[in-house]
Design a protein around this ligand. Structure first.
Ligand SMILES: [Zn+2]
Length: 235
């Protein structure tokens, strides 16, 4: 039976904010992130970008693989996760909000989330040059099914062009903000030239999955290493 592949989903890698802060659970402590990568390595897993993990998800290749993805392109991922990935020889995908490259999490701030800087164009180029994947997360982090259709087309297609212009290579992966998508949005992503797209459906990925509806496992700050492993290996 082909192996199911965990696609891990992280947001920020930093010291988590105070307990009462909104969406606090989306910030994973750098020490916890390092321990999680250590566990993967110890168990013989290779951490790969989605691009590199796709042949395993499709069942064309076999091996112990976990895909590592980050949403939103935060600078703290560059500062605190990238060195850990490099040490472990792992690659990862980061899904960038194209209009906030060099900006900040403007879409989160109205909901009380603390402002956090996003990676700049220079960071993106370095991320890509080290073999990590640059994916698109729209222009402005919108709820795609809720905006006018023309706007959804623009958010999906123009973000791809913008990111490709920055890094000078093809962008093939897409991520629906808030995991908010439907059949029309999957078609738009395909039409815009992406090869696959991720959602927030919670389970491991495999051959039977629509490449434009890939499930992922969210790693939260409260997860212990045991909880992390259970998620990766059994969900
Ligand atoms: Zn996001």
């Amino acid at each position: 039976m082909p192996r199911l592949i965990p696609i891990l989903l992280y947001h920020q890698i930093d010291i988590p904010p105070v307990r009462s802060a909104p969406f606090r659970s989306f910030t994973v402590h750098p020490d916890a992130f390092r321990r999680q990568m250590n566990w993967l390595k110890r168990l013989g897993y290779r951490g790969l970008s989605l691009r590199e993990a796709m042949p395993y998800i499709r069942g064309e290749k076999t091996g112990k693989v976990a895909a590592i993805t980050f949403d939103d392109g935060f600078l703290n991922v560059y500062e605190k996760a990238l060195p850990v990935l490099q040490e472990h020889g792992f690659t990862a995908t980061n899904f960038f909000v194209a209009n906030q490259v060099g900006g900040r999490n403007a879409w989160d701030i109205p909901f009380g989330v603390a402002p956090a800087p996003c990676m700049s164009a220079t960071h993106l180029r370095e991320w890509a040059a080290l073999g990590h994947e640059v994916g698109s997360h729209t222009l402005d982090h919108v709820h795609l099914p809720q905006v006018p259709f023309e706007e959804a087309i623009k958010q999906i297609a123009q973000s791809r062009e913008k990111l490709q212009d920055i890094i000078g290579e093809a962008v093939t992966s897409f991520c629906y903000p808030y995991g908010d998508e439907n059949a029309d949005m999957r078609k738009l992503a395909r039409d815009a030239g992406y090869d696959y797209a991720t959602t927030t459906t919670r389970r491991r990925a495999g051959k039977g999955d629509d490449p434009f509806g890939l499930p992922r496992l969210t790693i939260r700050c409260k997860h212990t290493w045991l909880h992390f492993l259970k998620k990766c290996l059994t969900r």
